[in-house]
Ligand binder design. Structure first.
Ligand code: ADP
Ligand code: MG
Length: 471
């Protein structure tokens, strides 16, 4: 075990070394002592509270990346802080490194600078710990057309939990659009006005796991009793209840009880209730009792406002042209936008240069590189076929006409390069050919590139097209 944990940490250090300047590496990473590895959770010892805060504030994304690539997605990091006053009893803090797409962990550090409490400390379960992240408040939740209804419903609920007709309040929307942030805001606002209330935030995964454990340990009674004490229950990502019948049954029971006693229930989901497959009808119909509000993709103005506010919170000035450029370019979700801002700040500070349009473009280009691998086979087929004035069907057809064969081989080559499909699956997508045909195609393309400059040129052209569209 000891060995494992040293090896894991050494591997992390290798990755971290690539990402941070040498001096920063020596200052902040060399002093860390790996203590233990339990499952996917690594505990490291740091010399002081300040040291820990500094790491979280400045290097959480670096740590996250290193841990995720060494231990895997869902890796956890625990800190054991050497307490200065010689107190030996220091229970480790547990920070749950987010395992979804970029940014979520980073932004905590970001928001934290302003709020002073950036950390969502998991696993410290005092009986009535709300598990709320203080950094997620209405103050930091920027309003726009995309979220107005959900935000004001949330605000109304927060002011009068259990009393409005918005009970339950169900908030849904795609990934990174602010569901978790909004429901924490509701919880924090309730706590602010009514500190004696027991507000509880729980992800549905955690609820499921707790329930499974309770069943195993014969503790279902106390599990239920615990939840029945709650005054405002916030349960995030209920789509994960799909197909978990026993958990649903338990939740149904808790839900009814709380609702009947006038307690507030807030839920989120990544899709509207009607699309929640694998959820029992009776549970679904409960979800429809209150209000359902959705979060949408942020519009341009909201994206601008978000960039401004986040940068201001960091105390960083961002030129107007950069702000506009980013707001135009990153139009998917807010988490992604935050990820880009973090990279921008990191690059600017590590390389001691100002944030300008050139840097922003450079960073976007790197991100485009990451996205590149997500091009689909269909898309590759269409792009390659267009280029050769053919149709995608030609590439799948049986024909052995020379120009079609070449186009087909090129498309197979890109499918191998740019997607995660196996050779077998690629063959399947090209009219049910077998994997040896794909190997042959890749080989043929490589050979041709070696000897034919025109062909190389063709490939570069195509590569550019695939990259640009993928962005
Ligand atoms: P979801 O739970 O919908 O996947 P999150 O609540 O985790 O999304 O939001 C992703 C990130 O974007 C978070 O860091 C959050 O603070 C930020 N964010 C989302 N919506 C807003 C908003 N309206 N104003 C400011 N930050 C936002
Ligand atoms: Mg969420």
């Amino acid at each position: 075990m000891q060995n494992d944990c040293n090896t894991v940490w050494n591997n992390c250090l290798h990755i971290i070394k690539e990402d941070v300047a040498e001096q920063a590496f020596n200052t902040w990473f060399m002093p860390i002592v790996p203590l233990r590895l339990e499952g996917n959770s690594l505990t490291i010892q740091v010399p002081s509270q300040f040291f820990y805060e500094w790491l979280e504030e400045h290097y959480v994304h670096v740590l996250k990346k290193a841990l995720n690539s060494t231990i895997g997605e869902g890796a956890k990091l625990e800190y054991s802080v050497i307490v200065d006053q010689g107190n030996k009893q220091n229970a480790p803090f547990t920070i749950n490194l987010p395992n979804r797409s970029s940014g979520a962990g980073n932004n905590r550090a970001m928001a934290g600078k302003k709020m002073g409490n950036p950390f969502h400390l998991e696993a410290i379960t005092e009986p009535q710990d709300s598990q709320l992240n203080k950094a997620y408040s209405f103050d930091t939740f920027i309003e726009g057309d995309c979220n107005r209804l959900a935000r004001s419903a949330g605000y109304a609920v927060a002011k009068k939990p259990g009393v409005t007709s918005f009970n339950p309040l169900m908030i849904y929307g795609g990934v990174g659009l602010g569901k978790t942030h909004l429901v924490h805001s509701i919880g924090n606002e309730i706590k602010e006005n009514l500190p004696e209330k027991f507000v509880l935030y729980v992800s549905s995964e955690k609820f499921i796991n707790q329930f499974i454990k309770a069943v195993q340990n014969n503790e279902v009674q106390s599990f239920q009793a615990y939840y029945l004490q709650v005054d405002a229950l916030i349960i995030d990502d209920v789509q994960f209840f799909s197909g978990k019948e026993k958990t649903q049954e338990m939740f149904f029971h808790i839900f009814n009880h709380l609702h009947q006693s006038g307690k507030q229930i807030v839920m989120t989901s990544d899709r509207p209730p009607k699309d929640l497959k694998g959820l029992e009808e009776r549970l679904l119909s409960r979800f429809k009792w209150g209000l359902t509000a959705d979060l949408q993709q942020p519009d341009f103005e909201t994206r601008m406002a978000i960039i401004h506010t986040k940068m201001e919170a960091e105390g960083i000035e961002i030129p107007a042209d950069v702000c506009e450029y980013l707001a135009y370019t990153v139009d998917t979700n807010i988490r992604e936008l935050e990820g880009v801002l973090i990279s921008l700040i990191a690059h600017a500070s590590l390389n001691r240069r100002d944030i300008d349009l050139e840097l922003a473009k450079q960073i976007m280009k790197n991100i485009v590189h990451d996205i590149e691998t997500e091009v689909g086979i269909d898309y590759i087929q269409k792009t390659v076929a267009d280029y050769f004035h053919l149709s995608p069907d030609d590439l799948k057809a049986k024909t052995r006409k020379k120009e079609i064969v070449i186009a087909r081989q090129v498309a197979m080559y890109f499918a191998k390069e740019y997607t995660n499909h196996s050779l077998k699956s690629i063959g399947y997508h090209f009219g049910g050919r077998d994997h040896s045909t794909v190997i042959h195609a890749v080989q043929a393309v490589n050979d041709m590139m070696d000897v034919n400059a025109n062909f190389r040129h063709t490939l570069t052209d195509l590569q550019d097209k695939l990259k640009i569209k993928a962005a």
